[in-house]
Design a protein around this ligand. Structure first.
Ligand code: TRP
Length: 326
C-alpha cells in the first residue's frame, strides 16, 4: 500500500511563533513518517492581505528556516513555493469553473477575514482564496490536510470541487479531509483568542530567553490576583494555559500555588518563560545553523520545488487528458 498523502501549507508572513508550532508544525513533524508529505509556502495567497511583495521572498525563506528548525525533514518532505510551480494557477483556473460565486460567498472563513481585517473592498482573489487552496491540495492529490479549525470550511469547498470534477470528467482526485490538531490553539499574550503577528501578541520560535522573559512579564493573568498572596483562578489564566503545554510536569503544583496564593504571578511567569526557552533552545540552535548556511536553505527549496513540480506536472497532464483537452 502506498502511503497516503498530506498537503500542508502556510502563508509566509514572517517569522513563525509558538502558536504556529502548537497549532500546526508539531503535528506536521509527527506525521512525517506515517504519510508522504508535501509542504507548501503559499506565497500567492499572501497577496490577499498585502499587495506589497517586497518581503515575500525573504519571509518565505524565514518561514522555511522555522520549518526546518522545528524538525521538518527536507529529504522526507519536499517544501516549495506556490509561485514557482505554475500548475497551481492552471488548476485554480479550471477549478474556478466548478464552484458557484454564491457558494464562495457563504464561506465563513472569508466572512471572518473581512471582519477581522476590516476589508471594505472584497477582491476576486478573496473569493477565490479557497479555489487556489484547493488547487494546492489536489495538485498533489492530498488525502489529508493538517490545519487549524478555521480552515475546515476551505477543505469542505475542496471536497466539493473534487467531487464536481470527478463527476464531470473522470475520477481524478481524492476528497481531502482535514486533520485537526488535538491541542487547541494558543491564545495571545494579551489574552486574545488568537496568537497572531498582526495583533503583536506572540512569542516567536526565534525569541532568545531574554526576549521571552520580557514578553512574558506583559502576559495577562487572572485580573483578581493583584499580588502574591491573593488566590488566583488558573482556569482563566493565560499563563497557566502555557504551563499546560510547555511545563506539563509542574502543572499540579502551579495550580495549587496559584489557587492558594502562595505562588505569585511574577514567579509563575518566570517559571513559564524558562520552560518555553528550554523548549525553544534546540529550535533556536538549528535556526542559527540555517541562518549561517543560507545556500543550503536555498538548495533545499530548489530540491523541494523540483520534486513538487514533478508531481504537479503529472497531475495536470492527467487532468488535461481526463478533460480531453490534450
Ligand atoms: N489558508 C491557509 C492558512 O491561512 C494556508 C494555505 C494555503 C493552505 N494553501 C493551503 C493550507 C493548502 C493547507 C493546504 O493557514
Amino acid at each position: 500500500m502506498p502511503k497516503k498523502r498530506i498537503l500542508s501549507g502556510m502563508r509566509p508572513t514572517g517569522k513563525l511563533h509558538i502558536g504556529h508550532y502548537v497549532g500546526a508544525l508539531e503535528n506536521w513533524v509527527k506525521l512525517q513518517d506515517e504519510f508522504e508529505n508535501f509542504h507548501l509556502i503559499a506565497d500567492y495567497h499572501v497577496l490577499t492581505t498585502d499587495l506589497n511583495t517586497d518581503n515575500v521572498y525573504q519571509n518565505s525563506i524565514e518561514m522555511l528556516i522555522d520549518w526546518l528548525a522545528s524538525g521538518l525533514d527536507p529529504v522526507k518532505s519536499p517544501m516549495f513555493r506556490q509561485s514557482q510551480i505554475k500548475e497551481h494557477t492552471e488548476l485554480a483556473l479550471i477549478f474556478g469553473m466548478l464552484i458557484t460565486v454564491n457558494r464562495l460567498e457563504r464561506n465563513p472563513t472569508l466572512k471572518d477575514m473581512i471582519r477581522d481585517l476590516k476589508i471594505d473592498n472584497v477582491i476576486y482573489g478573496h473569493l477565490g482564496y479557497p479555489v487556489l487552496q484547493t488547487a494546492d491540495i489536489l495538485l498533489y492529490k492530498g488525502n489529508y490536510v493538517p490545519v487549524g479549525e478555521d480552515q475546515v470550511p476551505h477543505i469542505e469547498i475542496s471536497r466539493e470541487i473534487a467531487r464536481r470534477f470527478n463527476n464531470q470528467y473522470r475520477i481524478t482526485f481524492p476528497e481531502p479531509e482535514p486533520l485537526l490538531t488535538k491541542f487547541a490553539r494558543l491564545r495571545g499574550l494579551d489574552g486574545n483568542a488568537k496568537m497572531s503577528k498582526s495583533l503583536n501578541n506572540t512569542i516567536l520560535l526565534s525569541d532568545e530567553p531574554e526576549t521571552v522573559k520580557v514578553k512574558m512579564k506583559k502576559a495577562v493573568t487572572d485580573p483578581n490576583k493583584q499580588k502574591k498572596g491573593d488566590p488566583g483562578n488558573p482556569d482563566i489564566c493565560l499563563v497557566f494555559s502555557f504551563h499546560k503545554k510547555f511545563n506539563t510536569g509542574e502543572v499540579p503544583e502551579i495550580e495549587n500555588g496559584c489557587r492558594s496564593g502562595e505562588l505569585g504571578c511574577f514567579d509563575c511567569k518566570m517559571k513559564c518563560a524558562a520552560k518555553i526557552s528550554n523548549f525553544l533552545a534546540p529550535i533556536i540552535e538549528k535556526r542559527k545553523y540555517y541562518e549561517k548556511n543560507l545556500d543550503e536553505v536555498r538548495d533545499i527549496l530548489f530540491d523541494g520545488e523540483t520534486r513538487g513540480r514533478k508531481v504537479a506536472v503529472q497531475t495536470i497532464s492527467e487532468v488535461r487528458e481526463n478533460m480531453k483537452i490534450g
